[in-house]
Design a protein around this ligand. Structure first.
Ligand SMILES: [Zn+2]
Length: 465
């Protein structure tokens, strides 16, 4: 009988990794990094629970590190199969994995220099050469095209609406003449989100493995563009600069697109937008390469990408970044990192936060302990690069940009399922969120919904269709 084992994102949000066994063959769906506290992060170093060299393929749903971050290590440990993903995911994965390798090499180096490690020496989970080896195994598969992985497993991708290139994986297993269909939601986006397409509804399946990041929440109905217009106009009326810390992949492009909408619909006069992040510039180029993979085409009638409009200025070098210190409003600076945990955004904060005419606009989740969280909580002074500085700028939080469906939207996604699956496995959520969503699925749809534990395995019976 075919089998499914949960090797990550079970009763937690990160580390997505699911092992499928059928006909003596092994295939992984996602291989993500555990992120968060130390106990979780240490799982990244644990020995895989399966014979790595015997795995035929890894099917990736999207490019976020909690879905792809263990791939380079598996390659280092002997994985030589195919790594499938959508075409945009292939390109985004390259920049995200290389950036992650770089950060880990820096962290290990720092720990070794300061003698802060009990492991001698501290090592990165993977380095740039591991990433290069892994990238050689990547193969792009467009949405909607069936791919046979081996004689026991084939799959196709469906739009997940979470991020450029993000997909659900619709897998068919063959074992002893029995066919079993297992659908992995990946991360499911919101309906009516900024720039990203709506998710394609779930198809009928014997089993579904679904995410539950916000399974116990309801996102408020908020129009993002109206909030943004208000903040921009207020800041510009003071002669200030709007500073936007943004995740380089996804959020930065959404912000450029929203601002283009404000100008192109005549709600605001044009103003300069400065993108100060080499990674965001690379990601923006990839977004522009797929003009029709978004809610609306990104190309103007002249064939130029909206993301590369004439008011958008890209800054790659450090000198260009420093020159922005003298920039006068009205203007916008988009820089990373999104949680203000490092990167060029810190230099801009040092220059802009002590001045009341400016605004800092938070556009994403801010983890406890980050500078972004402290500012949102109303800190009147902050420490940046060992210097204390007053916070006189306006601090705002742009709401409504979540990349994940809420509980109601996950049920809407499941409304595509007309038959009765054998079971729905609820993953990729903290226990409260996963349990709440599982409860709703049972109450509202009458499906068997289970929240698997880490390492738990299930035999998959075919429904006989
Ligand atoms: Zn994701």
């Amino acid at each position: 009988m075919a089998r499914l084992t949960f090797l990550g994102a079970a009763r937690t949000v990160t580390g997505s990794q699911y092992l499928l066994e059928a006909g003596g063959r092994l295939v992984l769906v996602d291989s993500g990094m555990f992120q968060g506290d130390k106990a979780l992060r240490q799982r990244n170093w644990s020995q895989p629970e399966f014979p790595v060299a015997k795995v035929d393929a890894i099917v990736l749903t999207h490019t976020h590190l909690d879905h792809i971050g263990r791939v380079p290590r598996l390659v280092k440990l002997g994985f030589r199969g195919a790594i499938y993903c959508t075409p945009p995911t292939l390109e985004l994965a390259e920049i995200l994995l290389l950036d992650a390798a770089h950060l880990q090499e820096e962290d290990a180096d720092y720990l070794n220099r300061k003698g802060l490690t009990t492991h001698a020496p501290a090592l990165p989970l993977f380095d740039a050469s591991d990433v290069q080896e892994a990238l050689k195994l990547f193969r792009a598969l467009p949405l909607g095209r069936a791919q046979a992985v081996n004689d026991a497993l084939s799959f196709s991708y469906r739009e997940a609406g979470h991020l450029l290139g993000a997909a659900s994986a619709d897998v068919e297993l063959q074992e002893a003449g029995q066919r079993t269909r297992v659908v992995f939601s990946g991360d499911v986006g919101r309906f009516g989100a900024v720039l990203t397409k709506d998710p394609e509804l779930a198809p009928d399946a014997d089993y579904l493995v679904i995410e539950s990041t916000y399974g116990n929440r309801t996102h408020p109905e908020i129009t993002v563009i109206d909030q943004l217009e208000g903040v921009l106009k207020r800041t510009f009326a003071r002669g200030g600069v709007l500073l936007i810390p943004a995740f380089a992949v996804g959020r930065a492009q959404q912000m450029i697109w929203l601002m283009d909408q404000l100008v192109s619909t005549g709600r605001m006069r044009p103003f300069p937008i400065h993108v100060d992040s080499p990674m965001a510039i690379d990601a923006t180029r990839i977004y522009a390469q797929y003009p029709d993979a978004h809610r609306e085409s990104l190309n103007t009638i002249g064939g130029r990408s909206l993301l590369h409009g004439k008011w958008v200025h890209l800054h790659r070098t450090r000198a260009e970044s420093q020159a922005l210190n003298d920039l006068k409003g009205p203007a916008v600076i988009i820089s990373s990192s999104g949680m203000l945990s490092g990167g060029r955004i810190l230099h801009h904060c040092r220059v802009r936060l002590p001045k009341p005419e400016n605004t800092l606009l938070i556009t994403g989740y801010q983890a406890a302990g980050t500078l972004g969280r402290a500012l949102l909580d109303g800190a009147s002074t902050v420490r940046i690069h060992k210097g204390e500085l007053p916070v006189l700028a306006e601090i705002r939080d742009l709401k409504g940009l979540s990349g994940h469906a809420d509980g109601g939207e996950m049920l809407r996604w499941l409304s595509g399922v007309k038959g009765k699956p054998q079971a729905v496995f609820v993953t990729h959520g903290e226990p409260e969120a996963a349990d709440a969503l599982a409860g709703r699925i049972t109450r509202e749809r009458g499906f068997v919904a289970r929240v698997p534990a880490m390492g738990q395995a299930f035999d998959l019976a075919a429904a006989g269709h």
